[in-house]
Design a protein around this ligand. Sequence first.
Ligand SMILES: Cc1ncc(COP(=O)(O)O)c(C=O)c1O
Length: 397
Amino acid sequence: MATRSPPPLTRRTIAVQALGRIEPATKAVVPPIHVATTYERDPDNRYRAGYAYGRPDNATVRQAEDVLTALEGAEDALLFGSGMSAATAVVMALKPAHIVASQVMYWAFRHWLTSEAPRFGHRVELVDTGDLAALRRAVKPGATKLVWIETPGNPLWGITDIAAAAKIAHDAGARLAVDSTVATPVFTQPLRLGADLVMHSASKYLNGHSDVIAGALATARDDALWARVKALRIQHGLILGPFEAWLLQRGLRTLDARVTTQTASAAVLARRLSRHPAVARVLYPGLRDHPVHVVARRQMRGFGAMLSILVAGGEPAAIAAAAKVRVWKRATSLGGVESLIEHRASVEGPDSPCPANLLRLSVGLEDPDDLYADLDQALRGARRHFQRQTTARKRRA
Ligand SMILES: Cc1ncc(COP(=O)(O)O)c(C=O)c1O
């Protein structure tokens, strides 16, 4: 009788078991940390174990890369010392080219693209990649070699249709790279939708505990561009350290449980905050009134745990509300187990498309009732403060 092969494992099981690998020497279910920077050659002058020096490769880093490769349905993955070093490696691996990128994206990479990438001979054009007609107009057949999108896009949480963007890029002879940091492989697998490369700031959800700075790239093909990216990682010494890779792999084991719970809380908060008198608007792709909700529903299995609120009363009211939180932490970054609130315009500066009254919320694993109650008291407190000031001003006038 023919033996049936077992069904393929789900992403959740793959991540929780870190591919189910057992360390052969001790049978440990948790992998060791390989800290060696150098390895003994075999007597016949070869390196049969596959490792020679710590800058090109490391077994602990490889382990975490293998988990990520499986989670993204990729051909291969590479870990870097930060999300920025992963993203910039892609651009530096290209010959001088025309690059089209999302107008609304992680501000520091947008800044690098417009200020530093031209020094490598690139011409960078920023467009609203959520608007496919605008993307089609911006992409120049033969000249554009890279379309870079971030979806959901930080901090307005617009969505770019990955499958449509991939078609536009490919028809013009360009590659599509997707910053999928906020979606995570739990909710979107861009390579399955036609993207060529996926990038993550692994400092965020993949690690999930705000204690590692790391970046990741995953590729659909082991092609010439990927070989260049690999070479640059070696030459520029961009590899992640083994301790960080080990922590990242530990974080990946709970990725599914974390982001699923955090997303459920974000959805509750988005709905409740939409009715709050001190909130002018909630930006969250999971809300039906969000202009990109339909695309988000099509390409995401969940809407993620990031949202932004536009505070009624403008920038001073937003800053005052952020000042009054007790449970939320006033801090930058996102994707950790603790909830963070940030006035983004203060970070991004005058060139940013971020509204001045926007507060970005990274929803953590706390009880959503505690999170809502804290925001409610902060928003109401800030409102009372401004109402008193306005009344006093009117009296004086
Ligand atoms: C969406 C997104 N992409 C990339 C980055 C850059 O990652 P890193 O800080 O790990 O360099 C960040 C960091 O905030 C981010 O939020």
